[in-house]
Structures are given as structure tokens and as C-alpha cells.
Design a protein around this ligand. Sequence first.
Ligand code: GDP
Length: 301
Amino acid sequence: TEKFKNGLSKTSASLAGAMSSVFSRNKIDEELYEELEDILISADVGVDTTMEIVDRLRVEVKERKLKDPEELKPLLSEILVDMLKGEGDEAGMNQNPDGLTVILFVGVNGVGKTTTIGKLAHHYKEEGKKVMLAAGDTFRAGAIEQLEIWGDRVGVDVIRHQEGSDPAAVIYDGIQAARSRGADILLCDTAGRLQNKVNLMEELKKVHRVIGREVADAPHESLLVLDATTGQNALQQAKIFKEATNITGIVLTKMDGTAKGGIALAIRRELNVPVKWIGLGEKMDDLQPFNAEQFVHALFA
Ligand code: GDP
């Protein structure tokens, strides 16, 4: 939780002061709600999500007959946590109880996909699992080598073909290799060239089909990696991916590099997909499972 707090310090530094000024006003009135709205919007919570938060706050204030702005703090936390949790999804990762777990990663170039795969490989290796990587971004120059660098760093095998080859074939081979070497988890990279959207989405669908055909109920997770520092842009990307592929979770990277970590709320609510991990730095252990309570606590405790 220290790590969580430190990683989110840019957002909390910009939020905490403003929030405490709201909670120390002398009454709960229209001005207070407006001030709160401005703060949330400036933290990239998004207009619609902000309105919903403030509306829920108004309703609860009425119902609970609250008078003191100090009482808003726990109430606001409660509402934010509730929103981040959504409808009953817990943040955990779905895994294959008796066999190979396949996790697919999608996202635009530069968002931190390769780094996240490396970090997650490290995470599972630390848990004692045997992890392998499949270099499914055969399009971007250097993507395969970059994944291999992470593979070496973490100490896990990488299955690769040549640049330009069929990603579905690489992942197919990854699955066969993972099985024959007795791996528990296969993490699959994919291309992120959104400038050729239709083509990329067809490629991702094919990768999905191949994985599903080889391993029952796979991919067990399909994680969309988004760069938190790109704010509302990340949300646009997410909508494109969500239309074309089945996304089961979000990884929000570079949360350490933004004061606008409120984007997590907008993403959760607008996409209706749980945030499962957050990236809090460039190093191997700078990936944390997303926890709504810890997140909200770090923002304005
Ligand atoms: P990809 O193109 O999506 O595979 O992106 P990369 O994994 O190559 O990451 C792009 C850049 O973002 C690299 O310089 C990474 O070190 C950096 N990066 C990735 N995740 C994080 C993070 O959580 N925090 C910070 N500060 N940098 C990150």
C-alpha cells in the first residue's frame, strides 16, 4: 500500500488540497457541489462520471440528512469505491484451474504493453508459476526484440517468429510450446498499430479464435493496456478496442506520471470493464493489482 500511495502521489498532491478545501467549507450548498465538480473534472474524471458522482452525493446527503461538509469525505470515498468496483466484479485475474492460462494483451503502441507483460511475467514468476511469453506483435520494428529483453530480464522463455509473420501462428506456437514445457501461464503480446484499425481488429479476432480453439475458455483474460497520461484519449482508444474484441480488464499504465489519475473512474464507468492492474513506474515490480479502496484512499486521504 505504500507503493500504491507513492505511485499515485502526483494525483493525490493535486487532489488532496483541493478536496480538503471542499470538506472544510462551512456548509453543504450549491457552491460546494460546484467546487467539487471542478476538482473532479480537472482530475480527468470526465464530465458524465463527475455528474453521476455529484448526483449520487446529493441524494445520499438528503437521505442521510447530512449537514456538515466533513461528513462528505467518507461518503464520497464510499461512492467512488462503489463506482470503481462496478457490478460485482472483483479485481482478481481469471485463471485456468487445471491447465494453461492464456492472457492476451491489446493496446496501442507506446502505452506500455511490453513493459506490462514483463512486469506481469515477473509477478507470476514470483508466485512460483512457470511463465512464457509469445511475441505476437510481428508488425512494429523492434517489438519482438523488446519483448525478448524483458524475457531475459525476468528469466522466462519467449516464443517468436520473424518480423512480418502471422501473429496467430506465433501465438499458436506459443501455446504448443507452453504445453510441452509445462508452463502455467502464457502472456501474449499483440500489435498496436491503430492507424490501420480494420486490419488490426481482424488480426486480433483471428488471434482470439486461435487461442479459443486451442485452449478451452481461453483467453482467460484479455487485457487492454491504456496510458493514463493520455487522459480522455485513452478512453477513445478503449472504445475502439472494446467494439472489436472482448476486453475483460484494463491495465492503466504510467499512473505515476500523471496528476490526473481520476481517469480510472471515467474508464471504469464509461467502459464498464474493471481496472485490474495499474502501472506505477518503469521497473519490474512497478505493477500493482488495482484495489478500489486503496486507490480512493491514496487519492484524498
Ligand atoms: P508498448 O509500445 O505499448 O509496448 O510500450 P512500452 O512497454 O515499450 O512502454 C513505452 C514507454 O513507457 C517505455 O519507456 C516504458 O518504460 C514506459 N512505461 C511503461 N509503463 C510505465 C509506467 O507504469 N510508468 C512509467 N513511468 N513509465 C512506464
